[in-house]
Ligand binder design. Structure first.
Ligand code: ZN
Length: 132
């Protein structure tokens, strides 16, 4: 058993874009503000016209913690949980597991790229060291 994010009209693109290998970040059609976590109304200009657009998926680790306690069933410990800034949308911050590297080797400033783990109907964005 594992808790999955709820798919709502505003979050479905983010959680299912991985099916096509895309990290979809919602943008405002009026002012191009990147809205994350996604919402159906732009918090900057209050436009109701928003569109998910693919990001490059490349980012940089801002902070990282190594967790030794499982916070949900089915999660192997220890694991590295990081806040990642997207290189092409630096003010967008995504909290994500870092995979493909030993948790204690994950470092602040490390370049990473998105990868996805499918669990049922959700493609969980995760990040791994860039070029790995
Ligand atoms: Zn806007």
């Amino acid at each position: 058993m594992r808790l999955l994010p709820e798919l709502t009209p505003e979050t479905t693109a983010f959680w299912t874009g991985g099916e096509r290998g895309e990290l979809l970040i919602t943008h405002c059609d009026a002012c191009d503000h990147a809205i994350h976590p996604p919402e159906l109304i732009c918090p900057k200009c209050l436009s109701r016209s928003v569109t998910p657009k693919p990001a490059s998926g490349k980012g940089t680790i801002l902070t990282v913690t190594v967790n030794h306690q499982p916070w949900m069933p089915g999660l192997e410990v220890p694991y590295a949980l990081a806040i990642v800034a997207l290189d092409d949308q630096p003010h967008v911050r995504i909290t994500s597991r870092i995979v493909g590297i030993a948790p204690d080797e994950v470092a602040i400033g490390m370049p990473v790229e998105v990868t996805f783990e499918q669990v049922e109907d959700v493609w969980m964005p995760q990040f791994r060291p860039a070029g790995a």
